[in-house]
Design a protein. Structure first.
Length: 129
């Protein structure tokens, strides 16, 4: 029986989301937007997506990786860039988790996490907390 554990891939996705969140926190605190910090994390998305696609036998994670790369490299700037990237990442992560749940794959569970897009929108609207 194949290993039905998708947690390593999920952890990589969460680490990338953390990069977005940290970048947004910094921007909300008045620091200059550092796209490079987020772009440096793109290999996390590629690795997580490739592993998830192989394990799930579904190419949706690979499309997710392509969408994230396109959003990260888009010509948008500032808040619009962060929100768009957060939306794409949140949507893709949700799809991967949904596929995993349907196939009874093991996922990271625990305290419900605020979606990256919600955190980014809140920080950009209300400032740091």
């Amino acid at each position: 029986m194949a290993d039905k554990d998708l947690r390593p891939e999920q952890v990589k996705l969460l680490r990338f989301e953390k990069l977005i969140e940290e970048t947004c926190h910094d921007k909300a605190r008045g620091k200059r937007l550092d796209k490079a910090a987020v772009l440096a994390g793109l290999p996390l998305i590629a690795a997580a997506s490739a592993g998830a696609a192989q394990k799930l036998g579904n190419d949706a994670p690979l499309r997710f990786a392509a969408d994230v790369e396109a959003a990260a490299r888009s010509s948008l700037s500032g808040d619009a860039w962060l929100v768009q990237l957060a939306e794409v990442v949140t949507r893709g992560h949700t799809v991967i988790e949904s596929l995993a749940t349907q196939g009874s794959w093991m996922l990271v569970h625990g305290t419900p996490k605020r979606k990256t897009v919600e955190l980014v929108q809140s920080l950009l609207t209300n400032g740091p907390f």
